[in-house]
Design a protein around this ligand. Structure first.
Ligand SMILES: NC(=O)c1ccc[n+]([C@@H]2O[C@H](COP(=O)([O-])OP(=O)(O)OC[C@H]3O[C@@H](n4cnc5c(N)ncnc54)[C@H](OP(=O)(O)O)[C@@H]3O)[C@@H](O)[C@H]2O)c1
Length: 281
């Protein structure tokens, strides 16, 4: 990272899902670059753990326990943010990283697990955006503010066994793109579409009975990148004030363009689908 202070030096980023994986690495990079961070996640233990790991930045890091799938929790968080209204700082933006997946055949999956994916990925993201972003923008006035979302290459294709996850990413990309047309020009929208990333995402998957996404992850580990690489590209893009959709690396961008290519896409998908559906053989 360059020694020049980034534009967000001293500003505060609110990061949902900042305790582990991509969100944690993004938090770390922002702190290292001189920003402050307010991270939320639903597990108290994970928040404590993240705080321990980031103890060098104690004075710049705040945590708040909030399950984004629970409206009451988001309301409490909104009050916490509101209470900081008169404090002397600006926000860098709202960085939305929370996301979970299902895994396994749709009709073998428990309906409550499937609905929970929608509750966290869609309802949670919409609720946080609706209740928190206006408070961030009110405090920032005409200052530049980022609104960001961690999408996925899964938004570009239909994936058997975790189709609902893909659907939530497509829905949220459309949501954020539409929203950005309503918001003032000072709000910069950035979305990143990673491919497979080595995080706890796979162990947290809501599996259908007899299925385990960790086995698929283990079998396809050569395709995986690390969360710090994703975070590096993401934070660098914010330093450079980029907007729109980005990819963590050239190879992910290539994979995305091949997946959506009219001629190559169907063959590539067929090979991916075969891998997914025979993962435990
Ligand atoms: N890993 C991949 O291959 C991959 C690929 C493309 C996109 N993505 C996306 O990247 C984002 C981050 O995922 P990750 O891979 O870094 O996974 P991760 O390590 O499992 O991180 C997920 C984060 O979300 C938080 N979270 C989950 N449910 C929550 C809830 N109901 N309320 C509040 N916080 C909640 C977790 O907090 P707790 O500690 O409290 O559970 C954790 O901080 C997700 O949106 C995911 O869809 C991941």
């Amino acid at each position: 990272m360059s020694t020049k202070r980034p534009w967000f030096y001293g500003r505060k980023f609110i990061i949902t899902g900042g305790t582990t994986g991509i969100g944690f690495e993004i938090t770390k990079r922002f702190l290292e670059a001189g920003a402050k961070a307010l991270i939320i996640s639903h597990s108290k233990e994970e928040l404590e753990d993240a705080k321990d790991k980031l103890h060098n930045f104690d004075d710049k890091l705040e945590t708040f326990q909030c399950d984004v799938s629970k409206y009451e929790d988001v309301e409490k968080f909104a009050k916490y943010v509101e209470a900081q209204k008169d404090k002397d700082f600006l926000y860098g933006g709202l960085i939305e990283c929370v996301g979970i997946t299902n895994f396994g055949p749709f009709f073998e999956s428990q309906l409550k697990d499937l609905i929970y994916i929608i509750r966290v990925n869609i309802e949670g993201t919409v609720t946080v955006t609706h209740q928190i972003l206006p408070k961030v923008l009110e405090k920032n006035g005409k200052e530049m503010t980022y609104l960001t979302f961690i999408s996925s290459v899964a938004a570009l294709a239909e994936f058997p066994y975790f189709g609902l996850y893909s659907a939530t990413k497509v829905a949220m990309e459309h949501f954020f793109n539409s929203l950005s047309k309503e918001l003032p020009k000072t709000v910069k929208l950035l979305m990143i579409r990673p491919g497979a990333v080595k995080t706890r995402f796979y162990e947290r998957a809501k599996n259908a009975p007899g299925h385990d996404m960790r086995i698929l992850a283990e079998k396809t580990k050569s395709y995986f990148t690390t969360p710090d690489k994703v975070a590096k590209t993401f934070v660098n893009a914010i330093i450079k004030k980029k907007t729109g959709i980005i990819y963590p690396s050239f190879s992910t961008k290539l994979q995305a363009s091949l997946l959506t290519n009219r001629l190559i896409g169907p063959f590539l998908k067929k090979s991916y689908f075969k891998q997914i559906m025979t993962y435990n053989k």
